[in-house]
Design a protein. Sequence first.
Length: 327
Amino acid sequence: MKKLVVISLVLVLVVGLLGGLALAQGKKPKIAWCPAIDDPFYYMIGKGIADKCKELGLELFVSEYPKAWGPEIQVPILEAVAARGDIDVIITGPTSKEALIAPLKRIHDSGIEIITVDTYIGDGDYSKPSEYSFPLTFIGTDNFQGGVEVAHHLAEMIGKKGKVFIETTNPDVSSVVERVEGFKKGMSEYPDIEIVGVEYNLDVQEKAQQQVAAALQANPDIVGIFGTNLYSAQGAYQAVVNAGLTGAVKIASWDATEDLIKALKEGKVDLVLAQKPYEIGTLAVEAAYQYFVEGKEIPKRMVPGFFFFTKDNVNDPESQKYIYRAD
Ligand code: T6T
């Protein structure tokens, strides 16, 4: 009799435990998408997120698209989203490697999972314990490798010699920092190429244009420019066009906006690196689904590739899918 009671108790416990587990694993998360900035790249991530949420039957809240880049604008938006009380996971692109650690940690500690896309916090290695390893995962381009490859393409285009200039956004944003580092690494293989300057436009296209115009005045023999993101690149080629140097100064640009693709076709830009923002978005939602619904462990880093547009492939039907079109 005593044995029977014990067995029944154990059974009740096991069934209860399994039930609890099933509940924990079965919950469909409510997702919040908090973009870092109002731009075509982030629209494409948002489109991937929205499509995947629809496919998986997940509820989605989308915050405003900030009009400018930076923690001052981003943090209040994130905090307001967390304060809603109905969000299970926030997908966002931290606008600073350091300044976003504490605000995101507070949100995480309040019970909301964090997925960072495009940019990361700390050194981006969430697999080893640290003050910034709490996000579920980081999903983004291999920016360093992209920077290296851009350097080799640009070096070829300028005959492996001459002065080049880098136009970028911020010194503390993981994506563009890696692009600059990769570019410098790639260019270090060419003894006759000199990087004459790096300017930071804080993701403002007009500022990028002014900075490149000033750089061209200071160094009239610049032969190549690397614009590390879409506003940097769009500002850079406009400055070169205004200076009447189209074709003489080669432009390597990052981000396949319709503007940059048109400029490539017109010969105002010479290279465009396309990231895969739509895929970044779908992967983020799949990760949230697998974690919450299927109870799976999520890889701490996922890296969709990139694609280079040149004047030779820009009209290929196969290339068109890489253009950022959020309509
Ligand atoms: O280049 C992208 C993104 O990868 C970067 O982190 C910030 O700028 C963009 O959003 C383009 O404007």
